[in-house]
Ligand binder design. Structure first.
Ligand SMILES: *[C@@H]1O[C@H](CO)[C@@H](O)[C@H](O)[C@H]1NC(C)=O
Ligand SMILES: *[C@@H]1O[C@H](CO)[C@@H](O)[C@H](O)[C@H]1NC(C)=O
Ligand SMILES: *[C@@H]1O[C@H](CO)[C@@H](O)[C@H](O)[C@H]1NC(C)=O
Ligand SMILES: *[C@@H]1O[C@H](CO)[C@@H](O)[C@H](O)[C@H]1NC(C)=O
Ligand SMILES: *[C@@H]1O[C@H](CO)[C@@H](O)[C@H](O)[C@H]1NC(C)=O
Length: 421
């Protein structure tokens, strides 16, 4: 269903959003017309490739501050004029970037093509792709408030601002609100489920950087890059010129441990208690590529198991999918789980829980083999009577245990499919 309304895209259309702890500094709005973009599925993570053609939307930017903190945060919302589907889809960032960069804009292009009002935030960090320009107020002094903006606060602000802009523009709040992100965007999605359980009805989150402080420390050890650009241990030592070249393993471990002590409560998202999100009726779908070489897929499996141990009704609100052959968010021999977002939406809007999902593998000859993805802890099993492993219909999800299972074999071969079944 698309809604055609008489809407006016100008700054005066928008009442200043009311966000506790924030002060709106300015609102800008301008109509964008004849906007086209091609959006490959790899930048949408859980949604299929799409084409955005001749779109007309209201581009609204809100500049605000948290008084006393000297920050300036920009939220950018795109509100479709012709074909709004009544829904809101916020998109995440990547690496040290909360949003407002090419990956977020690609995901927004996709959301717009499907009729969503969509949004991104810079969390007040500016446009840099790493933390170097903002991490330290001065040598030895970490900008904890900006780190907190990135970690959590900007996410709730963004949800409130997005819904408020939608209300001003269309005359009503969105029927359903969704989050879509991977990596940093995955971490953001889990933070929302953990701390702001009513912000979104549905959260689709891939390869989440759950153990942020550990992750960045341990990614740095093999590299031990000299001279700066080591944001996480930059953070711990508070010294941009600290030279890691000659750091012993013991010294490194101590810094990594310190990093956890200082920042876990700020930015890590390993809190398994999702009961408030569950009670609010929220639905969560996570996925993780089993050939991810940046964020270990076992961390997300461990998180799912931890949630299962504290929230008895996990089946009522949370599904996790492991994607054989898929790299970090995209890439590798595994394809994107392009049906998951639609399944999440059906769960939120119709109560139909996601079961098996479409998957694919590119074999060694470059041919596509169709597979299914199963909600963890189920595994995909080939029906031996059906016999043709390249057809999704020949696979089914079964409870884990003793099955000879090609997907398992693929995982063990690190993303390389077996040539012979
Ligand atoms: C719309 O954009 C296309 C290219 O994307 C261009 O060829 C066309 O001239 C534009 N039309 C108008 C009316 O600006
Ligand atoms: C592009 O969109 C505008 C506004 O909706 C419409 O008037 C125009 O006919 C469209 N052009 C094409 C080529 O579809
Ligand atoms: C939306 O507006 C902001 C602020 O003027 C600008 O930086 C951004 O490029 C605009 N986006 C589009 C798609 O026009
Ligand atoms: C690291 O150790 C090497 C070899 O002992 C030494 O030449 C170099 O100056 C050291 N670098 C720093 C930054 O201390
Ligand atoms: C399996 O199915 C694919 C796709 O329909 C087909 O190209 C291939 O020949 C089939 N292989 C076997 C062994 O039947």
């Amino acid at each position: 269903m698309s809604v055609s309304l008489f809407v006016v895209c100008s700054a005066t259309t928008f009442s200043p959003p009311s966000v506790y702890g924030a002060e709106i500094l300015s609102i800008e709005a301008s109509l964008v017309t004849n906007y086209s973009a091609s959006v490959p599925d790899v930048y949408r993570y859980t949604q299929p490739s799409t084409q955005l053609q001749n779109a007309t939307f209201c581009n609204v930017t809100v500049l605000y501050t948290h008084p006393g903190q000297n920050d300036k945060v920009i939220v950018e919302a795109w509100l479709p004029v012709d074909n709004w589907n009544g829904r809101f889809q916020a998109v995440g960032g990547g690496g040290w970037v909360p949003g407002r960069f090419f990956l977020s804009y690609d995901a927004m292009n996709g959301a717009l093509a499907d009729g969503y009002a969509t949004i991104t935030t810079d969390a007040g960090l500016g446009a840099s792709l790493d933390a170097t320009p903002w991490a330290l107020l001065s040598p030895g002094n970490v900008d904890l408030l900006l780190l907190q903006n990135l970690a959590s606060v900007s996410l709730n602000d963004e949800a409130i601002i997005g819904k408020s802009l939608i209300k001003s523009f269309y005359g009503k709040v969105p029927e359903y609100s969704y989050w879509n992100g991977c990596s940093q965007g995955g971490r953001q999605g889990l933070m929302l489920a953990q701390r702001y359980p009513t912000a979104y009805d549905g959260i689709a989150t891939g390869a989440p950087a759950i153990h942020w402080t550990k992750l960045f420390s341990y990614l740095q050890w093999p590299q031990r890059r000299p001279h700066g650009n080591c944001p996480d241990l930059l953070f711990v030592a508070g010294d941009p010129d600290l030279d890691f070249t000659n750091l012993t393993h013991a010294e490194f471990d101590r810094l990594a441990h310190l990093s956890g002590q200082m920042y876990n409560s700020v930015i890590s998202t390993d809190d398994p208690d999702l009961s408030a999100f569950c009670e609010a009726g929220g639905k969560l779908v996570t996925f993780h590529g089993l050939a991810d070489s940046i964020i270990p897929p076992k961390g997300t499996e461990q998180y799912y198991n931890a949630v299962a141990s504290v929230v008895p009704d996990i089946d009522g609100f949370y599904r996790h999918y492991e994607v054989p052959g898929l790299g970090h968010c995209f890439g590798g021999r595994g394809g994107q789980p392009t049906n998951l977002f639609a399944q999440l939406r059906a769960w939120v809007e119709h109560g139909t829980a996601p079961g098996e999902s479409l998957g694919q593998i590119t074999d060694l000859e470059g041919k596509t083999q169709h597979r299914i993805l199963c909600p963890y802890p189920q595994r995909a099993r080939l029906d031996s009577k059906c016999g043709n492993s390249t057809l999704a219909a020949c696979w089914s999800c079964v409870d884990h245990g003793g099955v000879v299972d090609v997907l398992e074999a693929i995982y063990e071969h690190r993303g390389v499919p077996k040539a012979e079944l």
